[in-house]
Structures are given as structure tokens and as C-alpha cells.
Design a protein around this ligand. Structure first.
Ligand SMILES: Nc1ncnc2c1ncn2[C@@H]1O[C@H](COP(=O)(O)OP(=O)(O)OP(=O)(O)O)[C@@H](O)[C@H]1O
Ligand SMILES: [Mg+2]
Length: 656
């Protein structure tokens, strides 16, 4: 059970929690919700012990094992599978322990204590699921949308979004009593999202998940914690129930508040009227007391609403841009370039509002990045209209912010770099005012960006983009991190934007409300998509089916190719003499294989018996012997298996 009693939590001058009292029971699936910057991630820092309460009591059982998704981008040459296996912290610890004991044992093979430790280390490792760690990790990786040929790819070779998925898989790999997930759906597409929902529904421990995605929360949570105005409130229900309950509560509070206000006014009138009269003074006095004693119903604090708008772009070229017979993709050193999209010929006209659709990995971001000049086209032409001014928002854009610098410094630098290209006032006061219109208050304009919440950073990137007065907006997943109200504000602003819009998003509500035509990126080309988003949903399902079919066909083709090869081999029959020769050569090999099989079977039986014995209470000396024996046996088995493989290769070569 996790309990908070009157907990106070601060971040510099900000009081994020003021007297929070809440209980979370074991096994509960909790959604933690609230506006950007409300303090959700900070509360996670309290849960995982990296931050301490500034007042009150916080308790989480010491023996609970915690798993959470690391927020940083992994940088390693390790393979995806190894990286995810590494998330099983218990296994990793046990492996390190074993290595240390093995080293000690190598130096002192006769030390009974070390022998015993070694034996224990082996059984602990087996108990921790050493034998199926790799398949467990790979099931997670594949579930999150990776292809099977990517399992051994180095982590560094994946794009940012995919690396964050590996980070998620790593957390799920860790056996835990408490699972903390901070916006786990940000980097997922629909397929992976559905898979994650199913996985979490089966998770047996206590889970707390932060998310701004209503449907996801409804699918995986049954309790909601809401942070607002430094208050933490628990609601028994998923997100939709929470919204209903909160609406009702607010309504009731509003009614109670107005009733009380009436009563206060009434008392006050009485006091004012009678305090002048000596005969009534006493009554007036008691009313004054009543008024003082009255427990006030708080007025409703409406959560600060936030709206913004894109400025009218100065001039709008038409066409904005035209692409002629171009290929898009990646240059790879010393290799042929990897073409993702080919034969792309399209123009983008002033005022078009294009939603870019396509399954994950089909090249949506490649298209957008090339248009944004982040990378060049492999072939063909991309011609820009005169005066084209692109506002590009990419997921990685958040990393482009400088953690040490504050929002004002970011704005000042940008203003200086763009100079007179943007006809905006660049004085500090003007920039402050501009930031204020994006809800960056007086204090926040000086707060280092590195300490800001995810949503606040995204809002800053958005603000910087708006300031540049673009006439073509290229938005690649702009709603990740944004809370529901800010998404709403973005949708409104995009709807009023007079320039051209190209939008990649998994947020179907946003696509529906701001785009009026769609491009489909898939199967190596860019095509018009004639249909609405429901058609698109069907397309995605069909596409998934097609890919599965293709995989099946590939398997079938490989099988028939193998069968053909085998048939060809039998067709080319060797002569009787050759056959005799080969069978003579094969005999000793077969004999050795049979011997190894026998020895392997016996060793396997002995190993099983030893492992069982090690699990029971036995005398230390015997335990040490058993440990040693087990190690020797494992080594022997490994050697035998290797020899067996080599022999069967020889045999196969002879048969061919
Ligand atoms: N070290 C710090 N110094 C000053 N302010 C901080 C610091 N760390 C966090 N904050 C502020 O505390 C507030 C809460 O941040 P937190 O990351 O917990 O928000 P959140 O609820 O997770 O928001 P989001 O939905 O955007 O992720 C934010 O306004 C943030 O700017
Ligand atoms: Mg957060």
C-alpha cells in the first residue's frame, strides 16, 4: 500500500502539492492525470525515491520492487535484445554476483564457502528465469512493433522514437511490484498501443500511469488520481468516470458555494443593519461570530484556459513547393543509399491542409524531413516557392532546446538569428509578452528549460514556431506531451491558420478537425488517399494483414525452394561406389554422435538431480561439492553440444 498523509511537495518556489492525503492499494491500476506542469512527473520522483516530501508523510513498502521507463535516449551499441534483457535488474544483479563468485572460485577452488556461494548463485539465476530471458525480451520487442530481423540490431541504429520503445520494453522486462509509466504511449502507433493495453491489463502488480490519452487510460486503469491547484484527489474509476464525477462535484461545489455566498450576504446585512442599535448589538455580535466560524466553500478555480493563434503569414507563394520525380531516403556510407519513397511528384498549393497518413516506418517522417530540408532528396527536384517560410515541429525538436537556457534566452537567440527576416518586435519586453501569451508566466521565462515538464517544453517549441510566422507548417506528431486543453488550443489555432498545413499525427481527432485532404505514404510511394479516417482505419488493418500474408508467402517460398534443392540433390544420384565411400566416411562420425547423445542424456539427468538437491537444505560441505560438480557438468555439456554440432555439420556435408 502506498500512502500520502498531508504531503507537501515543492519544486523551487512552486508548491506542487499542498497537504495531499491519498492511499493506493496493492494491485490497483491508477491513472495520474492533470494539466501540463501540474506535478505528475514530480510525484513519480517522490514515488521512486529520487525526491523527498517537503512535509507530511509518504510511505511505500520498502520491499516493493519498482520498474519505470528511463526518460533518456539510450546510446549504446548493445543489441536491442541484450538491452531489453538488461532491464531485468534482478537477473543483471545475479549475473554480476555469479561472475564475481566464479572469479573467486577460480582462485580458491577448495574453499567450501565459495563453492556453496557458487551453487546458490546458479540456483538463484535459474529461479530468476535466466533460461527464457531472451525469448521474454524478444516477445516484448516484437509486441512493440519491431520486425524480427531487428532483434539483434544495435540500439544506436534505431531512430529516437524506436529507441524510446526499447526503453519501454526494458521497463516491462523488469519483474516488479510497482510499475510507474510516464506517458508511455507518446512514441507508439496504433498497433503497438493496442498491444501495450493488452499487456498492462494482464500486469499483476500495482501500476501508476501518467497519460493525456483518454482512451488508453480508460482501457488500463480503474482508479484516477487528479492533480490540480496543488491538490491531489482520488476518484474510484477510469478516466471517463473521473470526468463525470468531477463534473458533478464541480457542479455541487458551485451550488454549495453560491448558497453559502447568499447566506454570508444575508448575515452581513443583518450585522450591518443591527450593529448600530444598542438593543440588537448582542445579536449582531453572535452573527459576526457565526460568520467567522463558517467553513468556507472554496470558489471554483477554473483551470487557466489557454488559447493561441498563428499570425497571418506575410506572403504566401503558390505553389508553395513542387516535387518532381523525386526519391527520398537515406545515404549510407560505403553502401547504396536506402530509398524509402520513389517517383514522388506532387505540388503543395497555398491553403492546402494535408494530413499525412501511413503505417509506422513507411516514410512519413522521411517525407516531412526532406521537405523541411533536414535531409536532401536522393534524386529528383524539390522546388520551393519564393518566400516559403517553413515552421517545422518534430518530436526530436524537444531535444533541440538547450537545457541550461531559459525560454527567454531561447527567444532572444532565435530573434537574433532570424534578424529582420521576421517582422516582429525583438525587444525583451515584447518577447516576454509573447511568452506570456503562451502561458509562460513571469517566473517561468527565467526557468531553465531542462527543469520544465514535457508539456511545457512542447509548448515552448510551439511558441517559437508561431513567432517565426511560417506560411507552411510541417507538424510531425505535435500533440505528444500536450495535455487535452492544449491539444484543443492547437486544433483551434490550426483551424484558423491561413497558410498551408502538412500534419502527421496519430491523434485522429486532430486530423479530422484540421485536415481536408489526405496523402497516404506506403509501399514506397506517396499517393492521394480518397477516403475519410474510418476508411483509413480499415486500410491500416488491411495493411497489417497484407504484411502478415507477405511474411507467410516468403516462408512458403523459402520452403519450396528448399524442397526443390532437396529434389535436385536426389536427382543427381551418386554412383554406387561413391555411396559406399561416403557411408564408410560417415560411420565413425555417426558412432561418435551416438556416444555424445548417450553422454548428454546421462549428464542431463545428473544435472537435474543436482539442481534439485541444491534446492533442498543440505550440509555446507556437500553443497559446495554439488556446486562444483554442477559447474563442471555444465561445462562438459557445453563442450559436448559444440562437438555434436560440428559432427552433424560434417555428416550433412557428406550427404550433400
Ligand atoms: N528543478 C525545478 N526547478 C523549478 N521548477 C521545476 C523543477 N522541476 C520541475 N519544475 C516545475 O514543476 C512543475 C511540475 O513539473 P512536472 O514535470 O511534475 O509536471 P507534469 O505534471 O509531469 O507535466 P507534463 O504533463 O507536462 O509532463 C512544472 O511547472 C515544472 O516547470
Ligand atoms: Mg510529466
Amino acid at each position: 500500500m502506498i500512502t500520502l498523509k498531508n504531503v507537501i511537495l515543492r519544486r523551487s518556489a512552486k508548491k506542487l502539492l499542498d497537504g495531499a492525503t491519498v492511499t493506493i492499494n496493492p494491485g490497483e491500476k491508477v491513472g495520474l492525470v492533470g494539466r501540463n506542469g501540474a506535478g505528475k512527473s514530480t510525484l513519480f520522483a517522490l514515488f521512486n525515491g529520487s525526491l523527498h516530501e517537503d512535509g507530511g508523510d509518504f510511505y511505500v513498502p520498502k520491499q516493493w520492487r519498482m520498474a519505470q521507463v528511463a526518460q533518456d535516449m539510450p546510446e549504446t551499441e548493445e543489441s536491442a535484445t541484450d538491452f531489453v534483457v538488461g532491464g531485468d535488474t534482478r537477473l543483471t544483479e545475479l549475473r554480476t554476483t555469479l561472475a564475481a563468485i566464479e572469479a573467486a572460485y577460480a582462485e580458491n577452488p577448495d574453499d567450501a564457502d565459495i563453492g556453496m556461494e557458487l551453487a546458490h548463485a546458479y540456483t538463484d539465476l535459474a529461479d530468476a528465469g535466466e533460461h527464457d530471458a531472451v525469448p521474454r525480451a524478444q516477445a516484448l520487442i516484437l509486441g512493440l512493433g519491431f520486425k524480427s530481423h531487428e532483434l539483434d540490431g544495435p540500439v544506436n541504429s534505431f531512430s529516437g522514437g524506436w529507441r524510446m520503445r526499447l526503453q519501454l520494453a526494458r521497463a516491462l522486462m523488469c519483474p516488479s511490484d510497482l510499475l510507474l509509466l510516464d506517458e508511455p504511449t507518446n512514441h507508439l502507433d496504433l498497433d503497438a498501443l493496442v498491444w501495450l493495453e493488452a499487456w498492462l491489463q494482464k500486469y499483476a502488480g500495482t501500476m501508476i500511469v501518467i497519460s493525456h490519452d483518454r482512451e488508453f487510460l480508460d482501457a488500463v486503469t480503474d482508479v484516477t488520481l487528479h492533480i490540480a491547484n496543488a491538490q491531489l484527489t482520488r476518484y474510484g474509476g477510469n478516466y471517463s468516470k473521473f470526468e463525470d464525477m468531477r463534473a458533478l462535484q464541480m457542479e455541487q461545489q458551485q451550488v454549495a458555494f453560491s448558497k453559502q455566498q447568499d447566506k454570508i450576504a444575508h448575515l452581513q446585512k443583518f450585522i450591518d443593519r443591527f450593529k448600530a442599535k444598542a438593543s440588537k448589538a448582542k445579536q449582531a455580535q453572535s452573527r459576526v461570530k457565526a460568520l467567522e466560524r463558517m467553513e468556507r466553500v472554496a470558489p471554483l478555480l477554473a483551470e487557466a484556459d489557454f488559447t493561441f493563434e498563428f499570425k497571418e503569414p506575410g506572403n504566401i507563394p503558390n505553389p508553395m513547393l513542387s516535387i518532381a520525380n523525386a526519391s527520398f531516403g537515406y545515404e549510407i556510407e560505403d553502401e547504396a543509399p536506402k530509398t524509402i519513397l520513389r517517383g514522388v511528384s506532387r505540388s503543395v498549393l497555398a491553403g492546402q491542409r494535408i494530413g499525412i497518413l501511413g503505417a509506422n516506418g513507411q516514410g512519413k517522417s522521411t517525407l516531412v524531413k526532406t521537405i523541411a530540408r533536414e535531409m536532401g532528396a536522393l534524386a529528383g527536384e524539390v522546388t520551393e516557392g519564393k518566400g516559403l517560410n517553413i515552421g517545422y515541429f518534430a518530436q526530436q525538436e524537444l531535444d533541440v532546446l538547450r537545457p541550461q537556457d531559459n525560454p527567454l534566452e531561447h527567444m532572444v537567440r532565435m530573434a537574433r538569428e532570424l534578424g529582420s527576416a521576421v517582422k516582429e518586435s525583438t525587444g525583451e519586453q515584447a518577447l516576454r509578452g509573447f511568452l506570456g501569451s503562451f502561458n509562460f508566466s513571469g517566473d517561468m521565462v527565467k526557468q531553465p528549460v531542462g527543469t520544465m515538464s514535457g508539456g511545457e517544453k512542447a509548448r515552448l517549441v510551439l511558441a517559437m514556431m508561431v513567432w517565426q510566422r511560417p506560411n507552411l507548417l510541417l507538424l510531425d506528431e505535435p500533440t505528444n506531451h500536450l495535455d487535452l486543453a492544449t491539444r484543443e488550443a492547437l486544433a483551434v489555432a490550426l483551424n484558423e491558420f491561413e497558410g498551408t498545413l502538412m500534419l502527421v499525427s496519430h491523434d485522429r481527432a486532430l486530423l479530422r478537425s484540421v485536415c481536408d485532404e489526405f496523402w497516404l505514404v506506403g509501399r514506397g510511394v506517396v499517393a492521394d488517399f480518397d477516403g475519410d479516417l474510418d476508411d483509413y482505419q480499415r486500410y491500416l488493418l488491411d495493411e497489417a494483414k497484407r504484411l502478415r500474408e507477405e511474411a507467410k508467402i516468403a516462408v512458403r517460398e523459402a520452403e519450396s525452394a528448399m524442397a526443390a534443392a532437396a529434389a535436385a540433390a536426389t536427382a543427381a544420384k551418386p554412383s554406387a561406389q561413391e555411396r559406399q565411400q561416403r557411408s564408410d566416411q560417415a560411420k565413425p562420425i555417426k558412432r561418435e554422435i551416438a556416444q555424445i547423445d548417450e553422454r548428454l542424456a546421462a549428464a542431463g539427468v545428473e544435472r537435474a538431480a543436482l539442481e534439485a538437491r541444491l534446492g533442498e537444505p543440505i550440509a555446507p560441505a556437500e553443497l559446495a561439492d554439488a556446486g562444483k560438480r554442477l559447474k563442471a557438468l555444465n561445462e562438459e555439456i557445453a563442450k559436448l553440444e559444440e562437438r555434436w554440432l560440428a559432427l552433424s555439420d560434417q555428416l550433412e556435408a557428406l550427404a550433400a
